[in-house]
Design a protein around this ligand. Sequence first.
Ligand SMILES: Nc1ncnc2c1ncn2[C@@H]1O[C@H](COP(=O)(O)OP(=O)(O)OP(=O)(O)O)[C@@H](O)[C@H]1O
Length: 784
Amino acid sequence: MSIQETDWIEEQQRVHLVTGQIGERIERLEAEVGAVKTDVVDIRRHFWDDVTVNLGTHDDLAETYRSMKQQAEVLSERERSYRNTASALSKFRRLKQSPYFGRIDFRENGQQKVEHIYLGIASFLDEEQNDYLVYDWRAPISSLYYDYSPGDAAFETPSGEVSGEMLLKRQFAIRDGDIRFMFDTGVTIGDELLQQVLSRSSDSQMRSIVATIQKEQNQIIRNDRSRMLIVQGAAGSGKTSAALQRVAYLLYKYRETLQADQMVLFSPNPMFNSYVATVLPELGEENMQQTTFQEYLERRLGRRFEVEDPFNQMEYVLTAADEPGYQVRLSGIRYKSSADYLLAIRTYKDLLEREGMLFTPVRFRGGSIVTSEQMRDKFYSFDASVRLRNRLVLMKDWLLEEIRAYEKSQRREAWVEEEIELLDAEDYLRAHNKLRRIQKDKDETFDDFHLERDILARMVLQEKLKPLRTRVKNLRFVDVYSLYRQLFTDERIFNGVAEDAPQRWHEICRQTLERLDRGELAYEDATPYLYLQELLLGFQTNTSVRHVIVDEAQDYSPFQLEFLKRLFPRSRMTALGDLNQSIYAHASALSDYDPIAALYGPDHTEFIRLTRSYRSTREIVKFSQGMVPGGEEIVPFNRSGEQPMVIAVADHKALHDKIVADITALRTEGYDSIAVICQTAAESAEAYEALSQRVRLGLVTKHTPSFEKGTLVLPAYLAKGVEFDAVIIYNGSNERYSREQERKLFYTACTRAMHLLHIYSVGEPSVFITTQPADTYKVESLMV
Ligand SMILES: Nc1ncnc2c1ncn2[C@@H]1O[C@H](COP(=O)(O)OP(=O)(O)OP(=O)(O)O)[C@@H](O)[C@H]1O
């Protein structure tokens, strides 16, 4: 649609008007913020001047307390006011650069007046006219912009639906107060603008997409009906982007009750955390909490075990195929992450109510105060109807009683006597004072010596038995370690709780036990172990978190998802995933949607599918979509680039020569972010070693905390969720990528490319390439 010159002039005048007003507001706020800051500094400096401190009588003390409290309240009110003003100021400064990105003209049914709605990252009110010059993109009326093209349109408000007609939909790009371009749009939100946005080069940080949110993405962002929202989306379809906008939306909609720290994002790796960390601040919101599942496991189990991380497991799966026991481990990984095993663990807990419970003896000074046999007898002496957890609480009381009796029996023992000798003067003084308090007005007597000794003996025993009591109070007498082990040592018990044993179960048992005995917990055992522990001892919960977002949810086992549900009982969940990128060897929760959909039940679960891919050029999407089942449904965004290149070389020397030349040429052409993607960390280290001597690049490992722009070498599994201008696949040979489990890894690697994809191959290229239609890629063979 063409835009008249008069429109352009009018719009530019309006931009000046609005930025002028924002500028005035900024000046006022700057003065305000300065004044409040001075107040805060002043109050802090003179805090005690205005407080009357008098500790003489009880009344004086109360008065002092009141006066301090009053002063502290004044200070905290000023501090709060400072924070609010400073945050408004930074919001308006951002708004001044680019006050809005969209406009809709809307006439409500039954009304004459046409409303002009301008959308930006925050609202701006003309205070004199009481008129919104800019509407926040999250306001109810703003959804018109994302959901409709000109014509009949409606939006939801808290008091019901408002319908009418949209007469105009216009997009702007405004920088520093000038309209750079503007156009009126039809069906989708500005293909033109989206084209421009997507053709830019990638960044070391993810960007916000507010100006170009697509209709189906808007459904994810504004969905707040269901307890569980599952998003299955193709690579590059904007799942993560939509999820982050959703956080911003929820923070706006529920601003009275919801704070950023009540939302948690579970990321695939720490580097990804840093990649997405700027999106919310860019939108003027504080960041939500960010973590990884591994971080959580480490926190809970790291003191007791060396907990394997998913990346090490992945390295093993990809590199150890020739090692003995490989197939057994693979079978173990699949089983231990399955819904079957989850059920087996639950049934195991029920079985333990009847038999098989194991306890750690309450030991002290080399002997047992209570043996594990006595504990087991006690446990099974309770009425069978008493639930396991309640029995443990009863056990705890009983054990504390036993410890008390033991303590009493030891008071006159020689070892206590020796310990008393070792006490220091302060302890003696404490005992003496205590005795005086007991004896009160009585004169000192001959007995005092015995009484004081008695007090000292109690002190010694209490101190020595304290750790034991703490353990008992925390139910640590339940021997979770041996109970988990028992599943692999006692076949009768295992058969009693598991539906079917997986293939090569005996060997799985042997492997598991060997590892446990070394104090290690394999990644596939960590969540089941913790789950069993919490089933027995009670679940740790976090009730303040109201929203959990799980990115790359296809990589979570049913166990892990169940765990998150238990951990955050008052929370809603958004699970974002792509079946085609499930790269871990375990049975993915999303390989079949049942386990994840069953988490909160069908009535509380909604499912949204995104099929349009925005990241990569049409050529890259067309090439990669054939690699995965259902790939034909992926719709590329209409943006063209070069066809992917497959370059086959004879050996590693030729490989390195070609890649070095390629990187140099790409840099000259202006590609800022280039990734050399390898299959594993081991291969990445090799590639880095060979290439870094000839060209400047960085190596990314699982410990790399943040994502830097430039040329990076990294394993495919660490490239999850991120993107690059150009991707060079280090060695896409058939030797590297031919097994079924490598298919999705390869697909994930290829789909990281925004503009350019070059796949090198030492020898025969991967079958995942050669089975693609020949017209989707170009080949250069340098094999001679
Ligand atoms: N509506 C949109 N407007 C502009 N850019 C978009 C939009 N949706 C997605 N993008 C861009 O597409 C790219 C991919 O988005 P994102 O990383 O959110 O996808 P994803 O589905 O999480 O991908 P993957 O599963 O492959 O990691 C990003 O560069 C993002 O900015």
